[in-house]
Design a protein around this ligand. Structure first.
Ligand SMILES: Cc1cc2nc3c(=O)[nH]c(=O)nc-3n(C[C@H](O)[C@H](O)[C@H](O)COP(=O)(O)O)c2cc1C
Length: 327
């Protein structure tokens, strides 16, 4: 019998599979469904800071702040299907009906006018809070320092206002990803969720206009996640949760070998439904038996850069050897 249990931000999970923040997890019934399917934990669909501010008129009095284009679009497109108050109810109900950890999620780009809500999420019973801090820094006047200071200010403010663990989900586009990872952890985050996958557009050449890109990932997108999990594992004092491109047991095992504490599944669940969780768990278990690993702990991080005899292979950017014989 192998032991699939693991720890994540101080929470005990029966296995490392977390259902990622998305419309797959919008209600207490959804949480129950994923618990029954075998998930170790869930991250609720993100609430945008603008939603909290709008509802904050009722909750905390009027406030103002920067506009978050994605947030406003989201709110307008969904007709505020999720209000901040309703979100608290969903978490409360989910906690009363299920045993697995329920992680709340807020998508934010400022620390203005919404952060008191973090305490409300804690009071509603959220076991942890994931902050989606993905920025699209298109303004040429905005420096990388400006972007990073903004992120760090949010993390400091939120970790200062709540006692539940805070995980921070970021995208891969930083000049110095290891430094921002370390600085986020120094501001009190207990986990990094690497990496958010942004909405992608494509171009329709016949009608000469934009069209939606692939909203769902494939396994081929896992490599950037693997690289940075492997580089950061054991080097920062925080848990690592892998997201993007994790579709099957092999992807889960790769992420764990690289050093992830947990993995987050999204596209594969949209494509294959709840039964995919059991399939992945069975396949991970079979692999562990085959390899003689009796627990996740027995092999997690084995292929992190820290333990490698060839650490340079994690940093190689050029294809020199791979291309010999091809060109
Ligand atoms: C339809 C959809 C909705 C999503 N909504 C959110 C969200 O509200 N908050 C968030 O942090 N990530 C959101 N994500 C990103 C996922 O949580 C996940 O990080 C991303 O899809 C990469 O994982 P995957 O390769 O398994 O799909 C969403 C993804 C999809 C496809």
């Amino acid at each position: 019998m192998v032991d699939l249990s693991t720890e994540y931000v101080g929470l005990s999970l029966k296995n490392p599979l977390i259902v990622a923040s998305s419309s797959l997890v919008r209600s207490a019934d959804d949480v129950k469904k994923w618990e029954d399917a075998g998930a170790g934990a869930v991250v609720m669909k993100s609430l945008f800071e603008e939603q909290i501010r709008m509802d904050a008129d009722n909750l905390f009095g009027k406030s103002s702040g920067d506009r978050h284009a994605e947030g406003y679009d989201y709110i307008m497109n969904t007709q505020m299907e999720f209000g901040a108050a309703e979100y608290l109810n969903v978490i409360q109900n989910a906690k009363s009906q299920t045993q697995i950890p329920v992680i709340a999620s807020v998508n934010c780009i400022t620390a203005k006018g919404w952060t008191d809500y973090a305490r409300k999420l804690q009071e509603a019973g959220a076991d942890a809070l994931e902050l989606n801090l993905s920025v699209m820094p298109t303004d040429p006047a905005l420096s990388s320092d400006d972007v990073e200071e903004r992120i760090l200010a949010i993390v400091s403010t939120v970790t200062g206002k709540t006692n539940i663990p805070v995980a921070v989900k970021i995208g891969p586009y930083f000049s110095a990803p290891a430094k921002i990872a370390r600085d986020i952890v120094w501001r009190g985050a207990k986990a990094l969720v690497l990496f958010n996958r942004f909405y992608q557009f494509d171009i329709d050449v016949n009608n000469i206009r934009l069209k939606p890109g692939n909203s769902l990932s494939t396994s081929s997108e896992i490599n950037t996640t693997l690289r940075w999990i492997a580089i950061l594992a054991g080097r920062i004092k925080a848990a690592l949760s892998a997201t993007t491109g994790i579709h099957n047991a092999e992807d889960v095992i790769k992420s764990l070998l690289a050093g992830a504490d947990t993995v987050q599944l999204c596209s594969t669940l949209y494509k294959n439904g709840e039964s995919k969780i059991k399939t992945i768990l069975n396949d991970v278990e079979a692999y562990m038996k085959d390899q003689g690993f009796d627990s996740i702990h027995a092999f997690r991080g084995t292929l992190s850069q820290r333990y490698s005899e060839n650490p340079e292979s994690y940093e190689r950017l050029q294809y020199i050897k791979a291309l010999v014989g091809i060109e």
